[in-house]
Design a protein around this ligand. Structure first.
Ligand code: FAD
Length: 505
């Protein structure tokens, strides 16, 4: 007999994992299938901001902005290791938005969301402030405001881990092939993407959190009509060597009325993005286009004294936003808010997620749980608001303390690597550092601080399966790794899998 779940979630991005966690914590039996690696869809290609979205005020999206502003501090408290406060410098640009409009927007931004931790807006004199040193001299004044930045791919994995800890079953590299309604439930056919093996499960209710694939799941898997509900909008980023030496980010306006960011990234780099262009094709194959590179280089060069050129670029990435199609004419104007739609009758329902931001995933999950309750009855009360994600069971202000303690307990870790580990794993770093007294105790070394102990932990606890999972989603060490180091890691992971298979036989 096939396994029966109350709720089966399709899609292991931030929304699917957030829903699975919330539902499992309320006592529903939950399964989740992700056809690739967790977070490998849109959720690891974002600008990595937990933000209210200052720009959305121009589109009068007050509901979304208010909810997102409140979520900044809720999420910061939930995961103070992978989320951190950041100050954003918005230079006043003569000829673009007038100063009074910026001031008004920032006033609303400061007051709509009931801020308690994050400091408010102030005016900067760029002639004397460090933030002005790298900017062209024409920029003399700026506004500085708060938002947060997040390790997006790890936010997904931590939600999946917590869901699993609360009883959910997570199947990665497992694709939903079809879903068929029977008397009072769904029967789902799942396929393991590597072996091709099929598995059948049943569920009272399906949550379609397929991101850019949400319509495809509705059409091919659930056999629903051919409606197009999402507008796919590509956004790309360039990563260059560190452009400035302070921890603040920049919020720049462009002459096309768009805005873009330049953000400190992975200690040695600056992340610049993003763009907005309608997308067609396979979302997993989105790559930066030549004109996007020019757009970002030229845009940033209007602000930085030293121009940003193609030669500065060390990495680029692109993601596809699954925006709810509200009929907006320009891609940049399509709503960033989420829409939840229930299809099917009382006997078997499918709840579809359209749009949304990483910032609002927890609220989206709460709203979706309301629909699950309507369909199959309530179990537990909302619980995630004051919860901690794995490794984040400490107070926001205690990060430096934790870093110092880990550094003191493992003095052989260099400062850069120690910070990388505490940022990524928080209190969980002890699970693989354990009683180690030297580097040798952590097993093989792959470079840039990555050791056998960490890799084995990622494989056994965090569903890492390939070197790309480790280097591009559980960490961003891929930017620094050579091909030879990557190959060595891949071989190691392959051998470890074989050993585990032998042990299981
Ligand atoms: P996804 O992350 O795409 O997850 C869907 C998953 O479903 C995928 O992993 C896919 O593999 C899986 N799937 C699909 N079909 C199947 C199937 N048949 N079987 C099994 N699995 C399947 N938001 C912010 O809050 N802050 C930002 O700074 C920000 N910046 C952004 C910048 C860019 C360029 C982009 C593109 C988006 C940005 N966003 C940001 C928005 C945010 O990234 C997305 O809204 C969010 O990641 C969407 O998550 P999701 O879970 O809905 O989709």
């Amino acid at each position: 007999m096939s396994k029966f779940y109350d709720v089966f979630v399709v899609g292991g991005g931030i929304n699917g994992c957030g829903v699975a966690r919330d539902a499992a914590g309320r006592g529903y039996s939950v399964g989740l299938a992700e056809m690739n690696d967790l977070g490998s869809g849109t959720s690891s290609w974002s600008t990595k901001l937990i933000h209210g979205g200052l720009r959305y005020l121009e589109h009068f999206e007050f509901r979304l902005v208010r909810e997102a502003l409140i979520e900044r501090e809720v999420l910061l408290k939930m995961a103070p290791h992978i989320i951190r406060p950041m100050r954003f410098v918005l230079p006043y640009h003569n000829g673009m938005r007038p100063a009074w409009l910026l001031r008004l927007g920032l006033f609303l931004y400061d007051h709509l969301g009931g801020r308690k931790i994050l400091p408010g807006t102030r005016v900067l004199d760029l002639a004397s402030d460090q933030a002005g040193e790298v900017l062209r001299t024409q920029f003399t004044k700026a506004f500085e405001y708060s938002d947060c930045c997040v390790n997006d791919a790890r936010l997904v994995v931590l939600n999946a881990m917590d869901a699993r800890d609360k009883g959910a079953e997570i199947f990665t590299r497992t694709k939903l092939i079809s879903a068929r309604k029977s008397a009072d439930a769904w029967t789902l056919q799942l396929q393991a993407t590597e072996s091709g093996a099929m598995r059948e499960v049943s569920a009272r209710l399906i949550v379609n959190a397929g991101g850019p694939w949400v319509d495809e799941i509705l059409r091919s898997a659930a056999g629903a009509n051919k409606a197009i509900n999402v507008r796919l909008v590509q956004g790309s980023h360039i990563v260059i060597r560190r452009k400035f030496d302070h921890p603040k980010a920049y919020f720049f306006q462009n002459s096309d009325e768009r805005i873009f960011f330049a953000i400190p990234y992975e200690q040695d780099y600056t992340l610049i993005g993003t763009t907005d262009r309608d997308f067609e094709g396979d979302p997993s194959k989105a790559t930066i286009a030549e004109d996007e590179i020019s757009y970002l280089c030229e845009g940033a060069s209007q602000y930085f004294k030293a121009p940003v050129t193609r030669d500065d670029i060390v990495w680029t990435f692109s993601g596809v936003r699954p925006l709810y199609d509200d009929g907006a004419s320009k891609a940049q104007e399509a709503t960033r808010d989420y829409v939840l739609r229930t299809d099917g009758d009382n006997s078997a329902r499918i709840i579809n997620v359209f749009g949304g931001k990483i910032t609002t995933y927890r609220r989206l999950a709460e709203a979706l749980l309301g629909k699950i309750e309507d369909a199959i009855g309530a179990r537990g009360a909302p619980w995630t608001r004051n919860s901690a994600l794995p490794g984040g069971e400490f107070d926001v202000g205690e990060f430096e303390d934790l870093l110092a303690k880990v550094g003191a307990r493992y003095p052989f870790l260099d400062a850069t690597n120690c910070e990388r580990l505490v940022r990524a794993y928080g209190l969980k770093c002890h699970e693989f550092l354990g009683a180690a007294k030297s580097h040798e105790d952590l097993g093989e070394h792959f470079g840039h601080g990555l050791t056998g102990s960490e890799v084995r932990y990622l494989m056994s606890e965090e569903w890492a399966w390939t070197s790309a999972d480790v280097l591009w989603r559980r960490s961003k060490l891929g930017i620094r790794f050579s091909q030879e180091q990557t190959d060595r890691l891949e071989t190691y992971m392959h051998e470890y899998k074989q050993l585990q298979n032998l042990a299981a036989e």
